[in-house]
Design a protein around this ligand. Sequence first.
Ligand code: FAD
Length: 298
Amino acid sequence: MEFLRPASWQEALAAKAEHPSAVPIAGGTDVMVEINFDHRRPDHLLDLNRIGELEEWETGEDTVRLGASVPYSKIMAGLRRELPGLALASHTVASPQIRNRGGVGGNLGTASPAGDAHPALLAGGAAVEAESVRGSRLIPIDDFYTGVKRNALAPDELIRAVHLKKASGPQQFSKVGTRNAMVIAVCAFGIALHPDTRTVRTGIGSAAPTPVRARTAEEFLAAALDEAGLWESRKAVPPAVAKQFAVLVAAAANPIDDVRGTAAYRRHALGVMARRTLGWTWEQYRGHGSEQGSTSCA
Ligand SMILES: Cc1cc2nc3c(=O)[nH]c(=O)nc-3n(C[C@H](O)[C@H](O)[C@H](O)COP(=O)(O)OP(=O)(O)OC[C@H]3O[C@@H](n4cnc5c(N)ncnc54)[C@H](O)[C@@H]3O)c2cc1C
Protein backbone atom coordinates (compact mmCIF):
# COMPACT_ATOMS: atom_id res chain seq x y z
CA MET A 1 0.00 0.00 0.00
CA GLU A 2 1.41 3.37 -1.01
CA PHE A 3 0.89 6.33 1.29
CA LEU A 4 0.46 9.67 -0.51
CA ARG A 5 0.92 12.80 1.61
CA PRO A 6 0.09 15.92 -0.43
CA ALA A 7 1.14 19.19 1.20
CA SER A 8 -1.52 21.28 -0.53
CA TRP A 9 -5.04 20.98 -1.90
CA GLN A 10 -3.75 21.26 -5.48
CA GLU A 11 -1.31 18.41 -4.85
CA ALA A 12 -4.15 16.34 -3.38
CA LEU A 13 -6.32 16.90 -6.47
CA ALA A 14 -3.40 15.99 -8.74
CA ALA A 15 -2.76 12.80 -6.76
CA LYS A 16 -6.45 11.82 -6.93
CA ALA A 17 -6.45 12.46 -10.69
CA GLU A 18 -3.38 10.25 -11.10
CA HIS A 19 -4.73 7.53 -8.77
CA PRO A 20 -8.56 7.66 -8.89
CA SER A 21 -8.83 4.52 -6.74
CA ALA A 22 -6.75 6.10 -3.95
CA VAL A 23 -8.71 6.21 -0.69
CA PRO A 24 -8.64 9.61 1.02
CA ILE A 25 -8.00 9.50 4.76
CA ALA A 26 -8.94 12.42 7.02
CA GLY A 27 -9.61 11.51 10.69
CA GLY A 28 -9.30 7.85 9.73
CA THR A 29 -12.08 6.80 12.13
CA ASP A 30 -13.89 4.94 9.35
CA VAL A 31 -10.98 4.13 7.02
CA MET A 32 -8.74 2.58 9.67
CA VAL A 33 -11.57 0.37 10.97
CA GLU A 34 -12.07 -0.97 7.44
CA ILE A 35 -8.35 -1.57 6.93
CA ASN A 36 -7.89 -3.16 10.36
CA PHE A 37 -10.75 -5.58 9.69
CA ASP A 38 -9.37 -6.25 6.22
CA HIS A 39 -12.57 -5.05 4.58
CA ARG A 40 -10.51 -2.80 2.37
CA ARG A 41 -6.94 -2.98 1.08
CA PRO A 42 -6.45 0.03 -1.19
CA ASP A 43 -3.37 0.38 -3.40
CA HIS A 44 -3.03 4.01 -2.30
CA LEU A 45 -4.06 5.95 0.78
CA LEU A 46 -4.34 9.70 0.21
CA ASP A 47 -3.63 11.44 3.51
CA LEU A 48 -5.37 14.83 3.72
CA ASN A 49 -3.99 15.75 7.14
CA ARG A 50 -1.32 18.17 5.93
CA ILE A 51 -3.93 20.36 4.24
CA GLY A 52 -4.74 22.86 6.98
CA GLU A 53 -7.55 24.63 5.13
CA LEU A 54 -9.71 21.49 5.36
CA GLU A 55 -9.87 22.00 9.13
CA GLU A 56 -11.05 25.61 8.90
CA TRP A 57 -14.38 27.27 8.31
CA GLU A 58 -15.47 30.65 6.97
CA THR A 59 -18.63 32.45 8.00
CA GLY A 60 -20.19 34.85 5.51
CA GLU A 61 -23.20 37.05 6.15
CA ASP A 62 -25.68 34.22 5.61
CA THR A 63 -23.61 31.10 5.10
CA VAL A 64 -20.95 28.88 6.60
CA ARG A 65 -18.36 27.14 4.44
CA LEU A 66 -17.22 24.26 6.61
CA GLY A 67 -13.92 22.61 5.67
CA ALA A 68 -14.32 18.88 5.05
CA SER A 69 -12.07 17.84 7.95
CA VAL A 70 -13.26 20.22 10.70
CA PRO A 71 -13.63 17.79 13.60
CA TYR A 72 -16.97 17.39 15.37
CA SER A 73 -15.53 18.80 18.61
CA LYS A 74 -14.79 22.12 16.85
CA ILE A 75 -18.26 22.23 15.31
CA MET A 76 -19.73 21.77 18.79
CA ALA A 77 -17.53 24.46 20.31
CA GLY A 78 -17.49 27.02 17.51
CA LEU A 79 -20.61 26.72 15.37
CA ARG A 80 -23.41 26.12 17.85
CA ARG A 81 -25.17 29.38 17.03
CA GLU A 82 -24.73 29.25 13.24
CA LEU A 83 -25.34 25.51 12.75
CA PRO A 84 -27.28 24.33 15.81
CA GLY A 85 -28.61 21.15 14.18
CA LEU A 86 -25.17 19.98 13.09
CA ALA A 87 -23.67 20.95 16.47
CA LEU A 88 -26.30 18.87 18.28
CA ALA A 89 -25.73 15.93 15.94
CA SER A 90 -21.96 16.23 16.51
CA HIS A 91 -22.53 15.86 20.26
CA THR A 92 -23.99 12.40 19.70
CA VAL A 93 -21.10 11.03 17.61
CA ALA A 94 -19.16 8.31 19.42
CA SER A 95 -16.78 9.60 22.11
CA PRO A 96 -14.55 12.67 22.67
CA GLN A 97 -11.60 10.90 21.02
CA ILE A 98 -13.57 10.15 17.84
CA ARG A 99 -15.11 13.65 17.85
CA ASN A 100 -11.61 15.14 17.95
CA ARG A 101 -10.63 13.24 14.79
CA GLY A 102 -13.74 12.58 12.71
CA GLY A 103 -15.56 15.18 10.66
CA VAL A 104 -18.38 15.78 8.24
CA GLY A 105 -16.26 15.12 5.11
CA GLY A 106 -15.58 11.61 6.38
CA ASN A 107 -19.22 11.04 7.28
CA LEU A 108 -20.15 12.09 3.72
CA GLY A 109 -17.36 9.99 2.21
CA THR A 110 -18.63 6.89 3.99
CA ALA A 111 -22.27 7.86 3.30
CA SER A 112 -23.57 5.33 5.78
CA PRO A 113 -27.32 5.70 6.30
CA ALA A 114 -26.49 5.73 10.03
CA GLY A 115 -24.04 8.67 9.90
CA ASP A 116 -25.13 11.29 12.40
CA ALA A 117 -24.30 14.37 10.34
CA HIS A 118 -26.69 13.46 7.52
CA PRO A 119 -30.08 14.30 9.09
CA ALA A 120 -28.73 17.72 10.11
CA LEU A 121 -27.22 18.33 6.66
CA LEU A 122 -30.51 17.39 4.97
CA ALA A 123 -32.56 19.55 7.35
CA GLY A 124 -30.14 22.45 6.94
CA GLY A 125 -30.19 22.27 3.13
CA ALA A 126 -26.43 21.78 2.75
CA ALA A 127 -24.44 21.64 -0.48
CA VAL A 128 -21.25 19.62 -0.85
CA GLU A 129 -18.31 21.37 -2.54
CA ALA A 130 -16.61 18.67 -4.61
CA GLU A 131 -13.47 19.37 -6.60
CA SER A 132 -11.14 17.64 -9.03
CA VAL A 133 -8.47 18.87 -11.44
CA ARG A 134 -11.38 19.29 -13.88
CA GLY A 135 -13.02 21.93 -11.68
CA SER A 136 -15.32 22.48 -8.75
CA ARG A 137 -19.05 21.88 -8.30
CA LEU A 138 -21.66 22.21 -5.57
CA ILE A 139 -23.74 19.06 -5.07
CA PRO A 140 -27.08 19.71 -3.33
CA ILE A 141 -27.29 17.39 -0.33
CA ASP A 142 -30.56 15.96 -1.71
CA ASP A 143 -28.56 14.58 -4.67
CA PHE A 144 -25.51 13.45 -2.73
CA TYR A 145 -26.62 10.07 -1.32
CA THR A 146 -27.00 7.64 -4.19
CA GLY A 147 -27.30 4.25 -2.41
CA VAL A 148 -26.19 2.29 0.64
CA LYS A 149 -22.75 3.75 1.41
CA ARG A 150 -22.62 5.34 -2.03
CA ASN A 151 -22.37 8.98 -2.93
CA ALA A 152 -22.31 11.25 -5.95
CA LEU A 153 -18.54 11.89 -5.98
CA ALA A 154 -16.69 11.03 -9.18
CA PRO A 155 -13.58 8.85 -8.73
CA ASP A 156 -11.25 11.81 -9.19
CA GLU A 157 -13.17 14.16 -6.87
CA LEU A 158 -12.51 15.15 -3.27
CA ILE A 159 -14.79 16.96 -0.84
CA ARG A 160 -13.33 20.36 -0.09
CA ALA A 161 -16.10 21.84 2.08
CA VAL A 162 -19.76 21.79 2.97
CA HIS A 163 -21.87 24.92 2.51
CA LEU A 164 -24.76 25.59 4.88
CA LYS A 165 -27.01 28.58 5.42
CA LYS A 166 -26.73 30.02 8.91
CA ALA A 167 -29.78 28.94 10.90
CA SER A 168 -32.62 31.41 10.54
CA GLY A 169 -34.67 29.49 13.12
CA PRO A 170 -34.42 26.67 15.66
CA GLN A 171 -32.97 23.30 14.67
CA GLN A 172 -33.00 20.02 16.56
CA PHE A 173 -31.53 16.54 16.34
CA SER A 174 -32.52 13.36 18.11
CA LYS A 175 -30.98 9.90 17.98
CA VAL A 176 -32.04 6.55 19.41
CA GLY A 177 -29.33 4.06 20.29
CA THR A 178 -28.90 1.05 22.50
CA ARG A 179 -27.02 3.26 24.96
CA ASN A 180 -26.29 6.97 25.32
CA ALA A 181 -22.76 7.16 23.86
CA MET A 182 -20.46 5.27 21.47
CA VAL A 183 -23.41 3.94 19.57
CA ILE A 184 -24.53 3.65 15.97
CA ALA A 185 -27.99 5.13 15.56
CA VAL A 186 -30.94 2.74 15.58
CA CYS A 187 -32.58 5.72 13.93
CA ALA A 188 -32.17 9.48 14.04
CA PHE A 189 -34.11 12.58 13.09
CA GLY A 190 -33.20 16.18 12.35
CA ILE A 191 -35.53 19.15 11.88
CA ALA A 192 -34.88 22.76 10.93
CA LEU A 193 -37.45 25.55 10.95
CA HIS A 194 -36.72 28.17 8.32
CA PRO A 195 -38.92 31.14 9.29
CA ASP A 196 -37.30 33.34 6.61
CA THR A 197 -38.80 31.16 3.87
CA ARG A 198 -41.69 29.80 5.98
CA THR A 199 -40.43 26.29 5.32
CA VAL A 200 -39.51 23.25 7.38
CA ARG A 201 -36.85 20.70 6.42
CA THR A 202 -36.15 17.32 7.93
CA GLY A 203 -33.64 14.48 7.76
CA ILE A 204 -34.06 10.83 8.68
CA GLY A 205 -31.06 8.65 9.52
CA SER A 206 -30.68 4.88 9.77
CA ALA A 207 -34.18 4.08 8.56
CA ALA A 208 -33.80 3.77 4.78
CA PRO A 209 -31.02 2.70 2.37
CA THR A 210 -29.81 6.32 2.36
CA PRO A 211 -30.42 9.30 4.60
CA VAL A 212 -33.73 10.81 3.43
CA ARG A 213 -36.02 13.77 3.94
CA ALA A 214 -39.65 13.42 4.96
CA ARG A 215 -40.90 15.72 2.23
CA THR A 216 -44.64 15.12 2.60
CA ALA A 217 -44.35 15.77 6.33
CA GLU A 218 -42.39 18.98 5.66
CA GLU A 219 -44.99 20.23 3.19
CA PHE A 220 -47.89 19.31 5.45
CA LEU A 221 -46.36 21.11 8.45
CA ALA A 222 -45.36 24.24 6.52
CA ALA A 223 -48.88 24.51 5.08
CA ALA A 224 -50.51 23.94 8.48
CA LEU A 225 -48.32 26.60 10.12
CA ASP A 226 -49.04 29.02 7.29
CA GLU A 227 -52.79 28.49 7.16
CA ALA A 228 -53.19 29.01 10.89
CA GLY A 229 -50.91 32.08 10.84
CA LEU A 230 -48.63 30.44 13.41
CA TRP A 231 -45.39 31.83 12.02
CA GLU A 232 -46.72 35.31 12.92
CA SER A 233 -48.72 34.55 16.06
CA ARG A 234 -46.17 32.09 17.48
CA LYS A 235 -49.06 30.28 19.16
CA ALA A 236 -48.71 26.59 20.05
CA VAL A 237 -48.84 23.99 17.27
CA PRO A 238 -52.19 22.15 17.56
CA PRO A 239 -51.69 18.58 18.83
CA ALA A 240 -53.49 17.17 15.78
CA VAL A 241 -50.94 18.87 13.50
CA ALA A 242 -48.00 17.51 15.53
CA LYS A 243 -49.56 14.05 15.46
CA GLN A 244 -50.06 14.07 11.70
CA PHE A 245 -46.52 15.37 11.20
CA ALA A 246 -45.24 12.39 13.21
CA VAL A 247 -47.32 9.95 11.16
CA LEU A 248 -45.98 11.39 7.90
CA VAL A 249 -42.35 11.31 9.11
CA ALA A 250 -42.72 7.64 10.08
CA ALA A 251 -44.26 6.92 6.67
CA ALA A 252 -41.30 8.52 4.88
CA ALA A 253 -38.90 5.95 6.31
CA ASN A 254 -38.13 2.67 4.59
CA PRO A 255 -36.46 0.74 7.39
CA ILE A 256 -35.34 -2.86 7.69
CA ASP A 257 -35.15 -5.32 10.58
CA ASP A 258 -31.54 -5.74 11.67
CA VAL A 259 -29.44 -6.39 14.78
CA ARG A 260 -29.98 -2.85 16.03
CA GLY A 261 -33.78 -2.77 15.79
CA THR A 262 -36.86 -3.81 13.89
CA ALA A 263 -38.43 -1.84 11.07
CA ALA A 264 -41.59 -1.41 13.16
CA TYR A 265 -39.62 -0.06 16.12
CA ARG A 266 -37.75 2.37 13.89
CA ARG A 267 -40.99 3.74 12.41
CA HIS A 268 -42.46 4.10 15.89
CA ALA A 269 -39.35 5.83 17.25
CA LEU A 270 -39.20 8.20 14.29
CA GLY A 271 -42.77 9.30 14.96
CA VAL A 272 -41.90 9.97 18.60
CA MET A 273 -38.73 11.88 17.69
CA ALA A 274 -40.58 13.91 15.05
CA ARG A 275 -43.24 15.01 17.53
CA ARG A 276 -40.71 15.80 20.24
CA THR A 277 -38.27 17.70 18.09
CA LEU A 278 -41.11 19.68 16.54
CA GLY A 279 -42.22 20.56 20.08
CA TRP A 280 -38.70 21.64 21.08
CA THR A 281 -38.08 23.73 17.97
CA TRP A 282 -41.48 25.37 18.13
CA GLU A 283 -41.06 26.25 21.80
CA GLN A 284 -37.68 27.80 20.92
CA TYR A 285 -39.33 29.73 18.09
CA ARG A 286 -41.92 31.01 20.55
CA GLY A 287 -39.09 32.17 22.81
CA HIS A 288 -39.31 29.34 25.31
CA GLY A 289 -37.42 26.10 25.69
CA SER A 290 -33.80 25.01 25.59
CA GLU A 291 -31.45 24.22 22.72
CA GLN A 292 -30.77 20.73 24.03
CA GLY A 293 -31.07 17.82 21.59
CA SER A 294 -31.17 14.24 22.73
CA THR A 295 -29.84 10.76 22.47
CA SER A 296 -32.19 8.14 23.85
CA CYS A 297 -31.67 4.51 24.70
CA ALA A 298 -33.74 2.03 22.74
C1 FAD B 1 -15.59 3.75 17.75
C2 FAD B 1 -16.29 4.49 16.65
C3 FAD B 1 -17.53 5.06 16.91
C4 FAD B 1 -18.20 5.77 15.91
N1 FAD B 1 -19.41 6.34 16.22
C5 FAD B 1 -20.04 7.08 15.28
C6 FAD B 1 -21.28 7.73 15.59
O1 FAD B 1 -21.78 7.68 16.72
N2 FAD B 1 -21.88 8.45 14.60
C7 FAD B 1 -21.34 8.56 13.36
O2 FAD B 1 -21.92 9.23 12.50
N3 FAD B 1 -20.17 7.95 13.03
C8 FAD B 1 -19.51 7.23 13.96
N4 FAD B 1 -18.33 6.61 13.64
C9 FAD B 1 -17.83 6.70 12.27
C10 FAD B 1 -16.87 7.87 11.97
O3 FAD B 1 -16.29 8.39 13.15
C11 FAD B 1 -17.57 9.01 11.24
O4 FAD B 1 -18.16 8.54 10.04
C12 FAD B 1 -16.64 10.19 10.91
O5 FAD B 1 -17.42 11.28 10.47
C13 FAD B 1 -15.60 9.84 9.85
O6 FAD B 1 -14.77 10.97 9.67
P1 FAD B 1 -13.20 10.79 9.41
O7 FAD B 1 -12.64 12.14 9.16
O8 FAD B 1 -12.57 9.99 10.49
O9 FAD B 1 -13.26 9.95 8.06
P2 FAD B 1 -12.19 8.93 7.43
O10 FAD B 1 -12.21 7.64 8.15
O11 FAD B 1 -10.87 9.58 7.25
O12 FAD B 1 -12.88 8.75 6.00
C14 FAD B 1 -14.17 8.21 5.87
C15 FAD B 1 -14.54 8.08 4.39
O13 FAD B 1 -14.62 9.36 3.79
C16 FAD B 1 -13.65 9.49 2.76
N5 FAD B 1 -13.14 10.86 2.86
C17 FAD B 1 -12.64 11.48 3.95
N6 FAD B 1 -12.36 12.76 3.68
C18 FAD B 1 -12.69 12.95 2.37
C19 FAD B 1 -12.63 14.08 1.49
N7 FAD B 1 -12.19 15.29 1.88
N8 FAD B 1 -13.06 13.90 0.21
C20 FAD B 1 -13.54 12.70 -0.20
N9 FAD B 1 -13.62 11.60 0.58
C21 FAD B 1 -13.20 11.74 1.86
C22 FAD B 1 -12.61 8.41 3.02
O14 FAD B 1 -11.94 8.00 1.85
C23 FAD B 1 -13.50 7.31 3.58
O15 FAD B 1 -14.15 6.64 2.53
C24 FAD B 1 -17.62 5.90 14.62
C25 FAD B 1 -16.36 5.33 14.37
C26 FAD B 1 -15.69 4.64 15.38
C27 FAD B 1 -14.35 4.05 15.08
